[in-house]
Design a protein around this ligand. Structure first.
Ligand code: 7PM
Length: 300
């Protein structure tokens, strides 16, 4: 029996339905791999090394990613690095919301996601034009479910064991895939009870968030298991330690490994990949998709 994916080629998994996300009048059709470009607005990512991010720099970075083929721009103002100081709601808002507004003004049709766990930031970012709430804490903070539901925006529910400060200390699972699935069931249920539409929930196994190297690769290698939820899947492995753990390279030298991991994730059912390097991923995905279409050509 031939298995045909939403992307229109034969895959190891079966996704008969073409999915889409909706927000207001906008639709994002997931009939091809969608690239989400990471736009970081935490101050430590800017050369002034200090308190202020530069809106012009952020916009230039967005320009570059849109030109390279990103269909979603992910804007985040809270550093989730282990040991990073917590950011106040006020600071997070000041970093994120002006950038959301600026990207929205310049690109009326691009999808914008906001990487936040803070209810107030969710509301203000959506008022400024954001389309997707991307929460590494899967809306578990007080008031987050209600805030997300109020906005009507699609949400990305990410699995994380523990909290960013300690999650990598000694992650233990009895049954990794089963426990991540159980988490998804529980959070999907919480979203539905809060009034979030099932069609607007995206699942993310949370690569690097409370997982050892082998646990990360088990999740990647069996990503197709999460297709049984019949919801879009987001994979984010860009420059993470699971790449360096194989290649032996530092964060600045993980591009090739990252691209390979994301191609595998697409073959195993990812609909959206979250990346720093949009151009490299766009070219790699285009070539892979082209090759897969030709694997079915009858006239050659
Ligand atoms: C420090 C530690 C800095 C971790 C940045 C990070 C994901 C995400 C992040 C992900 C979704 C990074 C992470 N990772 N959102 N936000 N999925 N949905 O490496 O894997 O980008 S932050």
């Amino acid at each position: 029996m031939a298995l045909t994916a939403a992307h229109g080629f034969k895959l190891v998994h079966n996704t008969p339905k073409v999915r889409k996300l909706t927000h207001g009048g906008n639709e994002l059709v997931l009939d091809h791999p969608v690239i989400m470009g990471i736009l970081n607005v935490t101050p430590d990512s800017f050369s002034d090394g200090g308190k202020f991010f530069n809106k012009d720099d952020a916009l230039r970075h967005a320009d570059e990613m849109v030109a390279a083929g990103a269909e979603i721009i992910d804007i985040g103002g809270e550093s989730t690095r282990p040991g990073a100081a917590p950011v106040s709601e006020e600071d997070e808002t000041a970093r994120v919301v002006p950038v959301v507004a600026a990207v929205r003004e310049k690109y009326p049709d691009i999808w914008i996601s906001v990487d936040t766990s803070t209810p107030g930031v969710m509301r203000k970012a959506c008022a400024a034009g954001c389309d997707i709430i991307n929460d590494i804490r899967a809306l578990r903070r007080e008031g987050a479910l209600e805030a997300a539901a109020e906005t009507g925006a699609p949400v990305c529910i990410m699995h994380m064991q523990g909290e960013p400060g300690h999650m990598q200390d000694n992650p233990v699972y009895q049954d990794l895939i089963g426990e991540v699935s159980e988490f998804f069931y529980e959070r999907i249920d919480a979203c539905l009870n809060a009034g979030i539409k099932r069609d607007n929930i995206i699942l993310d196994p949370g690569f690097g968030f409370g997982k050892t190297l082998d646990q990360n690769y088990k999740l990647l290698g069996e990503l197709e298991k999460f297709r049984s939820f019949d919801l879009p899947i987001l994979a984010g492995m860009s420059r993470k330690s699971m790449i360096g753990g194989v290649t032996g390279t530092g964060t600045g030298d993980r591009l090739e490994g990252t691209v390979a991991a994301h191609l595998v994730s697409i073959l195993k059912g990812a609909d959206i990949i979250r990346v720093h390097d949009v151009k490299a991923h766009k070219d790699a995905v285009d070539v892979m998709m082209y090759a897969l279409r030709y694997s079915k050509a009858k006239n050659l």
